[in-house]
Design a protein around this ligand. Structure first.
Ligand code: KG4
Ligand code: ZN
Length: 350
């Protein structure tokens, strides 16, 4: 039996060097990743030059590993999909040029992928029959974007953050609480031992109509709270849990406000913050009450990975889109207009 064609995905937009091979029917044949967390930890955040250098050192091995684990050769590939943006320019350049050179040398078509579309496509990896129309919510380190999607690859923006993204609120809050980098997962772990009602933090933009978000005021509220805090009572775990609850409350309530306003069959929540245990639990509870199909990918498809880039590559491929040899990185690419012309405990409740 002939095996289905596959797409090799390459992701280097930030601090993860990643490569993956995904077949046309959504099977992930390989998904490898080199996290740079230890490289950047002592600086308290990602250092762009160090990220680019590390990508350069690791990219060849990771692509080789992904192809070998998938037992693939170039003739098995329908395309090579690379992240074109948004992200750090130097980091993006490494993956994009590596993918371009591979595609040119092997005669395989090249596809440019928007990183956000990668996160959105992770819903397909978690649940290939994810129903549409759907609401799709990207909650990551750089984005809090809510979309309406009629079909795979087609996304209409309904609302987004006007300042910080939800992931930034987690990371900056974690830093203020002395939890180090990367902060989101550390805050999540600590919050599990605290009380979410110990401290009242504001729920920004919740009283406003519309689907915009804002998290910078919440961060300031934590800063002012910590200035007056005596360092012992309430325990830091209670402050973490209460701060997290404010972020989660806003995300859940706004997402379900949108659910009530659009004729949709499913809700997908994707991106790094979708790995948050409290957010996952609250979304699942609410979806069960409303009998809604909810998809939250397993943790390794929520945070940055290359399987999601290959998956988005398939969406672009099916829409007949490919990239030209002169395409360049687009670090601030947040709309879904074609740029070159100018994350197995999957929560699936269906
Ligand atoms: O999607 P992602 O890996 O990269 C971007 O595209 O931004 O998201 C990274 C963000 C970071 O802000 C990180 O702290 C957050 O996702 N994150 C979490 C958790 N795991 C990752 N935030 C809260 N709880 C988590 N468990
Ligand atoms: Zn991401």
């Amino acid at each position: 039996m002939e095996r289905p064609k596959a797409i090799l995905g390459i992701e280097t937009s930030c601090d993860e060097t990643a490569a993956a091979v995904v077949t046309s029917d959504g099977r992930v044949l390989s998904n490898v990743l080199d996290s740079q967390a230890s490289v950047h930890a002592r600086f308290g955040g990602v250092v762009p030059e160090l990220a680019a250098r590390r990508h350069l050192e690791r990219i060849e091995d990771l692509v080789d590993m992904a192809m070998r684990q998938a037992d693939c050769t170039w003739v098995d590939l329908a395309a090579i999909a690379v992240t074109q943006g948004p992200g750090l320019a130097g980091a993006l350049l490494v993956g994009l040029n590596f993918g371009k050179a591979l595609a040119y040398a092997s005669g395989v078509p090249l596809i440019a992928v928007n990183h956000l579309k990668g996160h959105l496509a992770s819903a397909w990896l978690a649940h290939p029959d994810f129903p549409r129309p759907a609401l799709m919510f990207v909650v990551s380190g750089g984005h809090t974007h809510l979309y309406y999607s009629e079909k795979p690859g087609q996304y209409d923006l309904l609302g987004k953050t006007v300042d910080d993204a939800a992931g930034e609120a987690f990371d900056k809050g974690a830093k203020m609480l002395g939890l180090g980098y990367p902060g989101g997962p550390a805050l999540d772990r600590l919050a599990r031992t605290g009380s979410p009602t110990a401290v009242h933090f504001p729920r920004p933009f919740l009283k406003r109509t519309g689907l915009e978000f804002s998290f910078s005021g919440l961060k300031t509220a934590l800063l002012y709270y910590l200035r007056k805090w005596d360092g012992t009572a309430p325990p830091v775990a209670d402050i973490a849990a209460s701060y997290q609850e404010a972020i989660v409350d806003v995300l859940v309530q706004k997402a379900f406000r949108a659910v009530q306003s659009y004729p949709i069959k499913g809700l997908a929540v994707v991106g790094g913050v979708a790995a948050n245990s409290r957010l996952r639990a609250r979304l699942a509870e609410r979806a069960a009450q409303e009998d809604l199909c909810l998809v939250i990918p397993p943790l390794h498809f929520c945070t940055d990975n290359a399987a999601m880039i290959a998956a988005a590559g398939w969406e672009e491929f099916r829409l007949g889109r490919s990239a030209s040899w002169d395409m360049d990185v687009v670090p601030n690419w947040t709309t879904f207009e074609p740029a070159q012309d100018e994350e197995r405990s999957s929560a699936v409740l269906c």
